[in-house]
Ligand binder design. Structure first.
Ligand SMILES: CC(C)(COP(=O)(O)OP(=O)(O)OC[C@H]1O[C@@H](n2cnc3c(N)ncnc32)[C@H](O)[C@@H]1OP(=O)(O)O)[C@@H](O)C(=O)NCCC(=O)NCCS
Length: 232
């Protein structure tokens, strides 16, 4: 192992875990001014996962098993669980075993030097994070999201792919902003609330509520499809 790398365990061998593992392979940073991670394995509580190879990486077993095996060893772990509430519960469990929450920052993300990044957070590829932004612990900021200046992202909150959070907006703890949604300046998205996919949050969103654009309507229906004669 090179001296500039730290070993990393990823908690969750599902879709997000694979994405983060694959990003780590292509050169994720541990965080500004920190070494790179080297993923040594997944932890996953699903029965039967122990010993499986997921995305070329071994699944070491359940958290309980792996924590017992690594007792006394310094362990960095990234919780790769997309559901904010489940991520909160998993975070409490890893910290209960004395593991350290590890942030993962993709090398293509742009972060101002003036960003306060909480431990255990993920910053995906091609994300832009402006100056004076505060990011709490275990925040998930997905691919191509844009975070404006003076934004606050509370712990366990999430900004999905392509979403924009404009200057001085705030996401309270556990808030979820869906893919390609926009939260405009000075708006607060309340704790554990959801802004639906492609939805603009133009006013404050009350804690625990879900807002969304209406479902798209069918405009017309073709009677004959171009490949109607082709065998299916
Ligand atoms: C708005 C949203 C949160 C609703 O999801 P949900 O809470 O799982 O709700 P469901 O899809 O189960 O729908 C619940 C009900 O609301 C209705 N509903 C859902 N979205 C609606 C909409 N946009 N307009 C009108 N009704 C809607 C459903 O038809 C359903 O009605 P029913 O109970 O009568 O059948 C979801 O559509 C969304 O936008 N999620 C964000 C996804 C995302 O960006 N993920 C990021 C991954 S990177």
């Amino acid at each position: 192992m090179s001296i500039s790398e730290l070993e990393l365990i990823i908690y969750g061998a599902g879709g997000l875990g694979r994405e983060i593992a694959s990003m780590a392979e292509s050169g994720c940073k541990a965080g500004r001014d920190l070494p790179r991670w080297r993923v040594i394995g997944f932890v996953d509580d699903t029965p039967g996962m122990e010993g499986q190879i997921v995305h070329g990486i071994p699944c070491l077993g359940s958290l309980e098993t792996v924590a017992a095996a690594r007792q006394g060893q310094e362990t960095f772990c990234h919780v790769a669980i997309g559901n904010n509430e489940a991520r909160k519960d998993a975070a409490a469990r890893i910290e209960g075993y004395g593991w350290q929450p590890a942030s993962v920052v993709h090398h293509s993300a742009y972060l101002s030097w003036e960003v306060d990044l909480g431990a255990g957070s993920f910053i995906g590829p091609h994300t832009t994070i402006s100056p004076s932004v505060k990011i709490g612990k275990y925040v998930l900021i997905n691919t191509r999201a844009s975070i404006g200046h003076h934004v606050e992202l509370g712990e366990f909150s999430q900004v999905s792919l392509g979403a924009s959070i404009l200057g001085h907006a705030k996401l309270e703890r556990g808030a979820m902003v869906g893919a390609h949604a926009v939260v405009i300046s000075n708006v607060t998205v309340g704790a554990w609330s959801t802004v639906g996919v492609c939805t603009p949050a133009l006013r404050n969103v009350k804690a625990g509520s879900t807002i969304s654009l209406p479902l798209a309507q069918v405009l017309f229906q073709r009677n004959v499809l171009p490949d109607a004669d082709s065998p299916s």
